[in-house]
Design a protein around this ligand. Structure first.
Ligand code: SF4
Ligand code: FES
Length: 326
């Protein structure tokens, strides 16, 4: 089995493993960000370049470094390969450039975007972006399109990661949408505005890393960080029936698939579960959803209340000691 070292951590991986997959096997901060790769979608990756890494040693047989940063989601591990991600300042600088390019056309409308708080581009910009844009030209703008009665496409926010196209191709039973045109006039389209009416079309919302595809039944209902996500399930004859309910009091504002720590869905869910079961009595609620992300949703999350209470009581003890020193 080929052995690869990423930021000083070594691991042996099966033949054909990519650098990104090897990094995920190690886990932690060394895992490169990925805006277009999606492990559940075949042929995804290779579009956005956010996952670039520096290969300082090609392999045991050919130890020459690779001349340019490579996309870790598309580069296969070779035995003896050495890779830098977080430990190479010039690589982090290059990634900053990639983020700046992704933001060239993406509007900075987070305050009114439904994806705010769970947008991977928002997180990426905070971690790697510049505070201001150097871009002076007119940005691409599109009219919003309704893709059927449940999905809204706001193409202006799209970063052309192709994930939704792959869902339409691989998860839905008939594909009526794709990318038309190329270069800076490329856009997601449904030839033309045809409804995506497959039972699994709602999954395009979950894979979209930005706010380009949103749930029309949830739009502008609430900010995600004001909702309480809970794990829930129901007997469904179309999908696994395992979901997350985003609740406000007893109201179910949104239903989504469960996502792992890389923001990828654990299992696809059908449109009945996502759009039609909006009453708590439709579901068996399992308990609070652990949001394993660095986004605003997990900050101040009610799941952490217990720890917070301990902190607060420790803090009052410290203050008490400061005021009454023995
Ligand atoms: S609409 Fe979303 S998922 Fe589809 S290509 Fe654009 S950014 Fe990616
Ligand atoms: S995640 Fe690798 S190129 Fe987009």
């Amino acid at each position: 089995m080929p052995k690869v070292t990423i930021d000083g951590h070594s691991i042996e991986v099966p033949e054909g493993t990519t650098i990104l997959q090897a990094a995920r096997m190690i886990g932690g901060d060394i895992v490169p960000p990925a805006m277009c790769y999606y492990s559940k979608l075949k042929t995804s990756g290779g579009y956005c370049r956010t996952c670039i890494v520096k290969v300082t040693k090609g392999s045991e047989k050919d130890p020459r470094p690779m001349p340019k940063p490579v996309a870790s989601c598309r580069t296969t591990v070779m035995d003896g390969m050495e890779v830098q991600n977080t430990t190479a300042p010039d690589l982090l600088d290059a990634r900053k450039g990639v983020v700046e390019f992704l933001l060239i056309n993406h509007p900075l409308d987070c305050p009114i975007c439904d994806q705010a708080g769970e947008c991977h581009l928002q997180d990426l910009s905070y971690q790697h972006g510049l505070a201001k844009s150097r871009y002076e030209f007119k940005r691409r703008e599109f009219e919003k399109i309704d893709i059927g009665d449940k999905i809204k496409l706001h193409m202006t926010r799209c970063i052309l990661c192709y994930r939704c196209v792959k869902v339409a191709d691989q998860v839905c039973d008939s594909r009526v949408h794709g990318v038309i045109n190329r270069g800076d006039v490329a856009e997601i389209s449904t030839y033309i505005e045809k409804a995506l009416d497959s039972d699994f079309s709602g999954n395009v919302i979950d894979v979209c890393p930005v706010g380009a595809l949103t749930d029309r039944t949830f739009r502008f209902k609430s900010r995600v960080w004001f909702t309480k996500p809970v794990d829930a399930h129901r007997n469904c004859n179309k999908c696994c029936g395992k979901t997350v309910l985003w609740m406000s009091g007893d109201d179910v504002l949104r239903v989504s698939a469960r996502k792992d720590k890389y923001g990828e869905v654990e299992d696809w869910i059908c449109n009945d579960c996502r759009f039609e079961k909006k009453s708590a009595s439709d579901w068996t609620i399992e308990g609070p959803r652990h949001i394993d992300r660095h986004s605003v949703i997990s900050a101040n999350h009610y799941e952490k209340k217990k720890a917070l209470k301990i902190d607060v009581s420790n803090q009052s003890k410290i203050e008490e000691r400061a005021h009454n020193p023995k």
